[in-house]
Write a protein that binds this ligand. Structure first.
Ligand SMILES: NC(=O)c1ccc[n+]([C@@H]2O[C@H](COP(=O)([O-])OP(=O)(O)OC[C@H]3O[C@@H](n4cnc5c(N)ncnc54)[C@H](O)[C@@H]3O)[C@@H](O)[C@H]2O)c1
Ligand SMILES: [Fe+2]
Length: 397
């Protein structure tokens, strides 16, 4: 099989896409933020980011760019790696106290989810947890502008959270993480500039990058006919397989950073179809031990692949082709994925990141309440989820 490389002309150019949400892609496009705010009639921005990003250069750059365009701004940065309901509540207070008319959610998935969760509840009059629904969409929206304008700007290449309206938030009372959303709430703009990821350290590049790859794999494996999501999944895998190792080893390689950030964006579209057991288990580990989402997923991946892939031969072949692997069998695919995890230094068990063995029964039980559990291609019993969780803690590969 011939091995193709990343396309420099595409990845270094500027592109505007109109779906799934208006998207401006390209190196250097961050500088257009002032104009975008004016176009969307945003005059007084609340910048939402996470506590780890507040001192990173993109925040002061953003403030200066807004100032240059005479747009008022204030910052809310009390968002943790697994955003919590109480943090969303104080963000809402800051938005109201500052009479803001728009939100720029900038950072990794945590910051963007924080901004999205604030935008869901701040004006709508609907309590935060009512947005965790399966069938009945919360309807009684208050005011003319129930969801303030929201611009998402990713600075990691992992979650694809910039494209859509879901936010993962930890319920501090239940110690569980849930997915919040509303069909009418969507970012008015995703500003996707790979230059913002050039300073992302090698470990975070790997952790977030593998998360993106897992969105594509789990999304594609969901047993549902959804050609738009499936097309995105395969193109995401194609870009990520060409870019991940390169971006980890050559942080300044803007072509690889471009491949990763679009791969991640497409992964975010792929999993609109659903996810699977990797995420179901990981969400509960993250909620209890505040571990990094992408790293947790990356460690769990081999265990769940071992369980899920037999029976998915056609899908495995299509994913292997997209990733330019030579061996398209189930075993070949698993081995190639494990090799990728080794190459980017993913630990082999959750015990290496502080998850104790005796937590496995509790984590497994909670995982079965996660939406992603029901989307997994195989219906796992409690005993099976317990075994997968235990194996992921002790030795996943
Ligand atoms: N809504 C969704 O669709 C969706 C999908 C997947 C994951 N998530 C959520 O996203 C979160 C994980 O997001 P993440 O993996 O992007 O990690 P993250 O947002 O937690 O960020 C990890 C760390 O990277 C730092 N960082 C961010 N950009 C940087 C940069 N350019 N340079 C240096 N450091 C940088 C942050 O400050 C933070 O300390 C989890 O809370 C997860 O639940 C949401
Ligand atoms: Fe994820």
């Amino acid at each position: 099989m011939q091995n193709f490389k990343l396309n420099k002309t595409d990845l270094l150019g500027a592109q505007d896409w109109t779906f799934p949400t208006f998207t401006a892609y390209g190196p250097g496009r961050f500088k257009e933020i002032g104009n975008f705010c004016k176009n969307f009639n945003i005059q007084n921005v609340l910048i939402v980011t996470d506590s780890g990003s507040i001192n990173l250069p993109f925040i002061s750059d953003l403030q200066n760019l807004l100032l240059d365009s005479k747009i008022k701004s204030n910052i809310y940065s009390n968002i943790s790696p697994n955003p919590r309901d109480d943090e969303i509540e104080s963000g809402c207070k800051k938005f109201r106290d500052g009479s803001h008319d728009g939100i720029i959610a900038i950072g990794g998935g945590s910051a963007m989810d924080g901004g999205k969760a604030i935008s869901l509840t701040v004006n709508s009059g609907i309590p935060l947890w009512d947005f965790e629904f399966l069938d009945k969409v919360p309807r009684d929206l208050k005011g003319k502008n129930p969801f303030p304008k929201l611009i998402t700007i990713p600075t990691t290449s992992g979650t694809g959270a910039e494209t859509e309206n879901t936010a993962m938030v930890t319920d501090t009372k239940k110690g569980m993480k849930f997915c919040l959303w509303h069909p009418d709430a969507r970012p008015c703009l995703a500003l996707v500039d790979p230059e913002l990821t050039l300073k992302l350290p090698a470990n975070l590049t790997a952790w977030t990058g593998v998360d993106a790859m897992i969105h594509a794999i789990e999304g594609y494996s969901v047993p549902m006919f959804h050609p738009l999501c499936d097309g995105s999944a395969l193109e995401s895998l194609n870009l990520i397989s060409k870019s991940l190792k390169l971006a980890v080893n050559e942080p300044d390689n803007l072509v690889a950073r471009g491949g990763m950030i679009i791969g991640s964006y497409l992964g975010g579209i792929a999993f609109l179809k659903g996810l699977g057991l990797v995420h179901a288990i990981s969400h509960m580990v993250g909620a209890e031990y505040n571990t990094h989402h992408g790293l947790t997923n990356a460690i769990i991946l081999p265990t769940v692949m071992e369980y899920n892939l037999p029976g998915l031969e056609e899908k495995v072949q299509r994913m292997s082709e997209a990733m330019q692997f030579d061996d398209h069998s189930v075993n070949g695919f698993k081995e190639n994925l494990n090799k990728m995890l080794d190459e980017v230094n993913i630990p082999r068990g959750l015990n290496e990141i502080g998850v104790p063995e005796d937590s496995y029964k509790r984590i497994a039980k909670k995982s079965m309440l996660d939406q992603a559990y029901g989307q997994n291609p195989k219906k796992a019993t409690l005993e099976e989820v317990e075994q997968l969780t235990l194996k992921s803690i002790k030795k996943a590969r």
